[in-house]
Design a protein around this ligand. Sequence first.
Ligand code: PRP
Ligand code: URA
Length: 207
Amino acid sequence: MKGVTVIKHPLVQHNLTRLRDKRTGPQEFRRVLGEVAALMLYESTRSFAVEHVSVKTPLAPARGWQLRREVVLVPVLRAGLGMLDSILQLIPHARVGFIGLKREETTLRAMFYHKSLPPDLSQFEVILIDPMLATGGSAVAAMDLLSELGAKRVRLVNLVAAPEGIRRVRQHYTRLPIFTAAIDQKLNERGYILPGLGDAGDRLFGV
Ligand code: PRP
Ligand code: URA
């Protein structure tokens, strides 16, 4: 699918399979989700803009590179929190915004319960983080909010994506780059991804 990068790196796929396995309990789920998030970050930030910079080594001047823009990480609560810490270890200078969204169980509509973001996102590289892209309702709601705040450069990072969710995001945000470890088969009648990994928030936090 256009604009969707499926990260097929063996370590990503190995970890994804451990997360899918229902025998993986919350403690291991948290650790492995963190590991896979860090691996996915490499791929999803490959096209970050950089600019030349000069430094002096102890021996001589050297030309190098630095990121052109500041980075804002935006995990979607709750499950996005499981990917945040390991990404922050790789981009420790990043700012962090939070979006709280809960899918209503029957309508599957995503409802906001928390928003905490820089007021102007126009100058930032934004990484929107959520393990699951199912109907796409949460991702579109989150993107609407980021767009209202002026975000121009957003990447969406999902561990598992359903075709239905990708299509919905594409209808609204035609050029948004999406990075995922898997495009699964479909949604079931309750809006869960098949085969997926179950409810990511519940598996992370045991509730
Ligand atoms: C899950 C998941 C996504 C959303 C995806 O969150 O983490 O945010 O569902 O579904 P969608 O694409 O159909 O909107 P949920 O609302 O269950 O909240 P939680 O993370 O607190 O468990
Ligand atoms: N949210 C999840 O956590 N899992 C799914 O399969 C769908 C939505």
